[in-house]
Ligand binder design. Structure first.
Ligand code: PLP
Length: 227
């Protein structure tokens, strides 16, 4: 099937109230244009320089979502235009984003990334760390970031019950934070979970943003360096 056919098929399976982030990492500007022309406006990237290069040549009404591990020295490549950073995993990173956003006179929407998978990973907060972040005077003083919700990745496993439980745990985290720290704040509404292999389950468990790459664009060729 063509990218366009894949895209249409994916879109037809997205539930009401869920937004699709088309994950275009490692894919060319031409491939992205195909999906753009089919109507998609939200694209996700996980490398700051790659995102900048694509942002510079693609239409300006694209909403760019940053979904990868963000190194502090690369914030400058995305801060002027990024629509949502899904991957805040420390107070220090949020402080740097806040500082950079202030220079651009922007308030940048962000999600807190949680470690919900069984797999070892360096990235993602646990509840205790998130609470410490949200209670810190440093966070409370920030004027140029806004936390809109949470993000997580499930374990890469065929065990659907496990994946379902991990997504349910992220939803529970979302609900706790919403009640404890964002009561009455309508902007705190996003649960970013679900990728090509598990987005159906993620939507069943309350996802509001699914991040889908290979089901739309096909497999990625990691040997090919585009940027
Ligand atoms: C690559 C990536 C995706 C998309 O993965 P697919 O399996 O290709 O859909 C989603 N989320 C994050 C954080 C990613 O890095």
């Amino acid at each position: 099937m063509s990218i366009q056919d894949n895209y249409r098929q994916v879109v037809s399976g997205i539930r009401q109230g869920v937004r699709l982030v088309a994950v275009s990492k490692y894919k060319s500007v031409e491939e992205i244009k195909v999906v753009y022309d089919a109507g998609q406006r939200i694209f996700g990237e996980n490398k700051a320089q790659e995102m900048r290069a694509k942002h510079e040549v693609l239409p300006s009404d694209i909403e760019w979502h940053f979904i990868g591990h963000l190194q502090r020295n690369k914030i400058k490549y995305i801060i002027g235009y990024v629509s949502l950073i899904h991957s805040i995993d420390s107070l220090e990173l949020l402080e740097e984003v806040n500082k950079a956003a202030a220079k651009e006179n922007r308030v940048v929407p962000c999600l807190l990334q949680f470690h919900i998978a069984q797999e070892e990973s360096k990235f993602g907060l646990d509840m205790e760390q998130a609470v410490a972040l949200l209670q810190s005077p440093a966070y409370k003083a920030m004027q140029n970031v806004r936390i809109d919700g949470v993000m997580g990745m499930a374990t890469f496993t065929p065990d659907k019950e496990q994946v379902k439980q991990e997504f349910a745990s992220l939803r529970a985290i979302f609900q706790k934070l919403q009640a404890g720290y964002f009561a009455g704040k309508a902007h705190f509404k996003e649960i970013s979970m679900g990728m090509s292999d598990d987005y159906e389950l993620a939507m069943q468990e309350g996802s509001t943003l699914v991040r889908i790459g290979s089901s739309i664009f096909g497999a990625r060729d990691y040997s090919q360096k585009l940027y």
